[in-house]
Design a binder for this molecule. Structure first.
Ligand SMILES: C[S@@+](CC[C@H](N)C(=O)[O-])C[C@H]1O[C@@H](n2cnc3c(N)ncnc32)[C@H](O)[C@@H]1O
Length: 216
């Protein structure tokens, strides 16, 4: 079962601004500079969809966006966003239940992985990985624990709140860094926010070209 943010849709953005100020927004806006014109983009778990307006501010047209969000209330809010002249396909499903997606130049997973158990993370990661083109960019923002006492406390309280309200399954941060390494991703750039608690990272997918000399 995917965590469903229906019960939190109406207050999610306000709550996140109260707790984190502008950090969650800044962490995601920082990633967007890596989107090249005319890219084909997949966004998974975009929440209320404000990121679409930030993307349209940078690229008012030319993008093909696929926007996958499991919560129908979040999706309704997202569909009201100004996307400029970009083309968008909204898919109101859990990403792991979506079939027939094309390949993408960019995948964006903003505060998605912290919702997942390690097993679910691996399933979603191995589903998304083949959808990213050779040398494509995976833009990820999420929490990280760097040893400060308040980070784990804040993380646990958030996960508990969203477990009660939205059925979020995870009780601790799953190790997505390990998967990016294991699948051969290179870190292009990264930045931390909110006293290192939030990490935005740009990963480049490995080249999928066949070894030299190999023919089909
Ligand atoms: C923590 S919220 C983050 C929302 C937004 N990215 C933000 O930062 O404001 C996670 C979002 O991911 C969605 N979500 C969770 N699991 C999902 C899945 N398996 N497929 C698609 N969306 C999912 C939730 O409905 C929720 O809107």
């Amino acid at each position: 079962m995917a965590a469903n943010y229906n019960n939190a849709a109406w207050f999610y953005d306000r709550l996140s601004r109260v707790v984190y100020g502008k950090a969650l927004v800044k962490a995601q806006v920082y990633l967007l500079q890596y989107i090249q014109p005319n890219s084909n983009i997949l966004i998974v778990g975009g929440g209320t969809g404000w990121i679409l307006e930030e993307i349209a501010r940078i690229h008012p047209s030319g993008l093909q966006i696929t926007y996958v969000e499991v919560s129908d209330k979040m999706m309704l809010l997202s569909q009201k966003r100004n996307i400029g002249n970009n083309r968008i396909t909204y898919i109101n499903k859990a990403i792991e239940n979506v079939n027939g997606l094309p390949d993408f130049d960019v995948i964006i997973t903003p505060f998605l992985f912290d919702n997942f158990t390690p097993q679910k993370l691996e399933a979603v990661f191995t589903y998304l990985h083949p959808l990213l083109k050779s040398n494509g960019l995976w833009l990820n923002a999420d929490f990280q624990l760097t040893g400060k006492w308040w980070q784990n406390m804040l993380l646990k309280s958030m996960l508990l709140l969203f477990r009660i309200l939205c059925g979020v399954e995870s009780t601790k941060l799953p190790d997505f860094e390990k998967l990016f390494k294991q699948y051969g991703y290179k870190v292009v750039d990264s930045k931390t926010f909110f006293g290192d608690f939030i990490l935005s990272k740009i990963y480049k997918a490995p080249s999928k070209s066949p070894p030299v000399g190999e023919t089909f």
